[in-house]
Design a protein around this ligand. Structure first.
Ligand code: 5U1
Length: 684
């Protein structure tokens, strides 16, 4: 080799090694070690060298991730070792783990006197299984599972996944097949759909289908634009120990090695001794499921000892040593019976699909929001349609998509009414707004009901026992027209209501009496001023000290309050500019509602004024929104990304790159307990 070429080869090898290492830190560890610009510079230098010395090009070069030709179809690949499926535990209750353990113990010939069996518990990703084949440490082929015997060659597309190593360290065996799942994170999926919408193109149905579609793209340049990721969880063919291949005693050890070789392995992989630990894992992951950044449909239990796995073997193409324990599906099919329009407290009209009852996400769902006119139009949901409904965690169920092929011939598109379906007032959609609003204000009984429920809720003025059924009756019977009417209720009026026993009426009057002693922030929040949530109400109360000061504040004065921006300030001024709102306040005071008033607090007196926080991951008891509200009420600013200016990062489970960055920058990290302790400190 000429000297110049030798020099280029050395330079190329060094650049590739650096780029591989930094890609691993960036894509797998989520902790970049160098700025993106520096990575790009090295990448370009490598591209220039490879262009000048085409003989030094190599398929494992980082420059070769994208750039393959458009294919006319996928070649079929026969798997060296069949890709088995996994048995699903039929018992979906926690006891399913017990059934699996009992089977394994029986098949191993263990009695009650024998020790507990060790398992590995893992997540069951809702993605696509693939087999990655490495020869002499270089990725040579990637194939889908197919029918388990043969799959499709998707090597070009798999190369575009930054998380998948193109080259392995020197201690990797001559032949290594890694199995795992290609998936798409939910936030990446949402972002992708936003981009599709912005381009006026069709949106995708769910992360799994999108990942599957991307893997089967004939043009790798398109696949490269889809944010796919990978988790490794097993092996296919591997050089055997007698030919110098690795020796592993356990599945856990194998996963650790894969991790060391650069493969992403989910952080939730755990060893578990006996059925009790598996049951606990199942419950813990169920609680965590909705806060994971990707979809899972269950957990997987595997015997940890590889020798015992071999001993148990397989039955009808499923290993006896593993089982998938599923959670209730979060998406199901059902039909749309009607589309109603509901009116909220602030007059917002929300189209809601009335559904044939369907069990999804662990509950029976009969309503699913269509959010607003644009969403309803985008999804084009029609009465009679078969739709995919999703319910994840406590999130309101939503219609994800329509099965167009099942649409009935005469199904009519939904149109948003231009009058309020409850009071008949005009419904208007202002420019730049997504929602139609009823202009009826408190003339609209739907708004009145919602306003009363908002006022009476636990976090506001709290009138125990005043629920939606009762409010409905009180408003429909014309007994309660405004908030102060609540405090004018007597036993007689209540006794005339349906299903109202004397005792219940008495309890309600007592609850109303009790609610009169409240606090300023609760009262302000309870008024239901648009854009004024609990945290803002607290900030207003702390800043102004007295209700009259809030009512008479100008926009400029309101803008001095932490947490109050121009939209909120305008909303508050507009609310108190209306005589009937001031009248409601005066009448409530006249009815005996009272709270302690204080002196306005100077802004700097807020305990966390001037401090910037970032919240990441899921906290054990507080939602991120609640933590944010608490911090803002204490004067802190809550930012979205970590920088040198961040004072604290509050980190919960599944905290990712933000936590890494905080640690790299030396920013103080708090858990939820630390946050609560800080908030409780008398002076910070
Ligand atoms: N985490 C994990 N998912 N998953 C799926 N492990 C795992 N193993 C599988 C499958 C189908 O199969 C092997 C047990 C053969």
């Amino acid at each position: 080799m000429p000297t110049k070429t030798m020099e280029a080869a050395t330079q190329i090898a060094a650049l590739r090694a650096h780029l591989h290492q930094h890609a691993h830190h960036y894509y797998v560890l989520d902790a970049p070690q160098i700025p993106d610009a520096e990575y790009d510079r090295m990448f370009q230098e490598l591209q220039t060298l490879e262009a000048a010395y085409p003989e030094l090009r190599s398929p494992d070069s980082p420059t070769q991730r994208v750039g393959g030709a458009v294919l006319s179809g996928f070649a079929s690949v026969r798997h060296a070792v069949p890709m088995l499926s996994i048995r699903t535990e039929t018992d979906t209750q926690a006891s399913g783990a017990q059934a699996f353990d009992a089977r394994v113990r029986k098949e191993l010939g263990l009695t009650e006197a024998d020790p507990l069996v060790e398992y590995v518990a893992e997540l069951k990703f809702d993605g696509l299984a693939v087999n990655l084949r490495y020869e002499q440490g270089v990725l040579v082929q990637a194939a889908t599972r197919g029918d388990g015997e043969s799959g499709e060659d998707v090597t070009q597309n798999i190369r575009t996944l930054g998380q998948i190593p193109l080259r392995l360290p020197n201690d990797a065996p001559a032949v290594l097949e890694v199995r795992g799942e290609v998936y798409m994170r939910r936030d990446d999926f949402e972002r992708l759909n936003e981009q599709q919408r912005a381009k006026g193109e069709k949106t995708f149905i769910n992360p799994r289908n999108t990942a599957a579609g991307a893997l089967r793209q004939l043009d790798p340049a398109i696949a490269a634009q889809r944010p796919l990721r990978f988790f490794a969880y097993g092996l296919g063919e591997c050089t055997p120990p007698e030919q110098g291949g690795p020796v592993w005693q356990s599945h856990y050890e194998l996963l650790q090695t894969l991790k060391n070789w650069g493969f992403p392995v989910a952080s939730q992989v755990e060893r578990a001794l006996g059925a009790t630990k598996l049951i606990a894992y199942h419950a813990r992951i169920a609680a965590l499921r909705d806060s994971l950044p990707f979809d899972i449909d269950g957990v997987v239990y595997k015997l940890n000892s590889l020798a015992l796995q071999r001993q148990l073997g397989f039955v009808s193409r499923e290993p006896r040593w593993a089982v998938a324990h599923k959670y209730p599906a979060q998406e199901e099919l059902t039909t749309v019976l009607a589309i109603d329009v509901q009116v909220g407290r602030t007059g917002k009209l929300t189209p809601v699909a009335k559904l044939a009852p369907v069990f999804v996400g662990g509950v029976t769902v009969t309503n699913a929001t269509l959010h607003n006119e644009d969403e309803a139009r985008r999804k084009d949901v029609r009465v009679g349609d078969t739709v995919v409904v999703r319910r994840a965690g406590d999130v309101i169920p939503e219609v994800v998509s329509v099965l167009a092929q099942k649409r009935v011939a005469d199904a009519q598109p939904f149109t948003m009414p231009h009058t309020c379906p409850v009071c008949g007032s005009a419904a208007l959609r202002e420019e730049g707004e997504a929602d139609y609003r009823c202009t009826g204000g408190l003339f609209c009984s739907a708004q009145r009901k919602q306003a009363i429920l908002h006022f009476a809720q636990r976090r506001a003025v709290e009138v125990e026992g005043l629920g939606d059924k009762l409010v409905e009756q009180l408003v429909d019977a014309g007994i309660v027209k405004t908030l102060p009417d609540l405090y004018r209720l007597g036993l007689m009026a209540l006794a005339n209501l349906d299903r109202m026993a004397d005792k219940s009426a008495q309890n309600l009057l007592e609850a109303l009496q009790k609610s009169k002693q409240t606090t300023l922030p609760r009262f302000v929040f309870g008024l239901g001023i648009r854009h004024v949530g609990e945290a803002t109400a607290k900030a207003l109360a702390r800043h102004f000290g007295q209700l009259d000061a809030i009512m008479n504040a100008s926009e400029a004065q309101l803008l001095e309050v932490t947490d109050v921006g121009p939209i909120v300030a305008l909303s508050i001024v507009t609310f108190f500019a209306q005589a009937h709102n001031r009248e409601v306040v005066e009448q409530l005071r006249a009815c005996g509602l009272q709270w302690q008033e204080g002196e306005p607090a100077p802004r700097t007196a807020l305990p966390l004024a001037g401090k910037t926080f970032v919240i990441t991951g899921s906290l054990p008891t507080l939602s991120r929104e609640q933590a944010k509200e608490l911090l803002e009420a204490a004067g802190a600013k809550v930012a979205g990304s970590v920088s040198k200016k961040t004072d604290y990062v509050v980190a919960g489970a599944e905290a990712g790159s933000k936590l890494d960055k905080a640690q790299a920058l030396g920013v103080a990290v708090l858990d939820e307990a630390g946050l609560l302790a800080l908030l409780a400190e008398p002076s910070n």
